[in-house]
Ligand binder design. Structure first.
Ligand SMILES: [Zn+2]
Length: 354
């Protein structure tokens, strides 16, 4: 059975119009109604959002019946959606610019304490494509002169989140990183890719100089049909990701181990810190260190070259060296990174900061 969402502890946000006085008569505006309210999931978490309607407080004002609302509230999310634009755009960015998989996106969101199911992430990627589609014609128009002179190098990026389900496709101009077509296809057949992705790009009327994509068979066939003779290169990001996968996986495993060990050791230290007296000069320094450590633990990798495990390892060494220097100066006696010795708690009480 589906569990009802716990809405009791969701914090509320109220939005009011930016003007506080009536533009016609200058009298104060007064709150009249709640125009709408909804639970909204953003990158910052989940909120209960209220858009409040205000109107002129003078009953005899000729604009007394005009209701003013907050523009900011209207810009939080698409109409009828319970997900914020910030979340939709971030998910689209992760997917199409950073080439993240669905599982990685789910993990990134969970790390931000924004749990969104795989199904919803898929819907949000579709929403992102719709937003992109709506904004593109004007952007392409501004680059008309450039394309006329230099032509286009186009990149095709497709994602099939679940076998047999729809595919999400993005066609971009690679030099300007400008989206040309964003489309959901119900199959990855070559003729569909040709008709719905490549033909619209051809119809823009610019010279297409080359194509970049992954080595997918259907995409290759579609390019041969729609753009015969055009150079077609396998995307280097895709190739490098494939080649670097064993290293990336090994690094990820190391990161997970490091994280688990350090977190277990940090927990009792955090407890001691939270119980120390706020006058303790040592407290501020150690709290900073603990925060830096927590921050380092959040480090995240990106295939193929950004290895989070190595990053975390370097960061831990840096912190250890820094703590070592502090101890040498006589600043901190018995704090050592990862120290779990029971003496530690006692040492914490002795404020030794000079
Ligand atoms: Zn008025």
């Amino acid at each position: 059975m589906r569990k009802a969402k716990d809405n009791k502890n969701v914090s509320r946000r109220y939005y009011r119009p930016t003007i506080t006085t009536c533009p016609r008569c200058g009298a104060l505006l007064r709150r009249r109604c709640t125009l709408w309210s909804k639970y909204l999931i953003t990158l910052e978490g989940r909120f209960h959002v209220f858009s409040l309607g205000y109107s002129c407080s003078r009953a005899r004002c000729r604009q007394a019946r005009v209701i003013y609302r907050s523009a900011e509230a209207e810009q939080l999310s698409p109409k009828g959606s319970s997900f914020g634009y910030d979340l939709i755009v971030q998910i689209g960015r992760w997917r199409f610019w950073e080439h993240r998989t669905l599982d990685e996106i789910a993990m990134l969101l969970a790390a931000k304490h924004v749990p969104v199911s795989r199904r919803h992430i898929l819907n949000l990627i579709s929403d992102f494509l719709a937003l992109l589609r709506a904004a593109q014609p004007a952007k392409i128009e501004t680059q008309r002169a450039y394309f006329k002179r230099h032509g286009m190098v186009i990149s095709l990026d497709g994602m099939e989140p679940e076998q047999g389900n729809e595919m999400l496709f993005l066609v971009r101009e690679a030099n300007l990183d400008l989206t040309l077509v964003a489309e959901t296809l119900y199959s990855s057949r070559a003729d569909l890719i040709s008709r719905q992705l490549l033909e619209p790009v051809k119809a823009l009327g610019f010279r297409i100089r080359a194509v970049v994509s992954d080595a997918d068979k259907n995409i290759r066939r579609a390019v041969e049909t729609s753009l015969p003779g055009r150079p077609h290169q396998a995307c280097q990001v895709h190739c490098l990701c494939e080649a670097g996968r064993p290293i990336f996986e090994a690094d990820r495993a190391m990161k997970t181990d490091l994280r688990r060990d350090i977190r277990a050791k940090l927990r009792p230290i955090s407890r001691v810190l939270s119980q120390s007296s706020p006058d303790d000069l040592l407290l501020a320094v150690l709290t900073d260190y603990a925060e830096a450590l927590r921050d380092a633990l959040r480090a995240d990798g990106l295939s193929p070259f950004e290895l989070a495990g190595l990053k975390l390892y370097d960061e831990l060494q840096r912190l250890e060296t820094s703590l070592g220097r502090c101890q040498k100066k006589g600043g901190i006696l018995s704090w050592r990174l990862c120290s779990t010795s029971p003496r530690f708690a006692t040492a914490m009480r002795i404020s030794t900061l000079n």
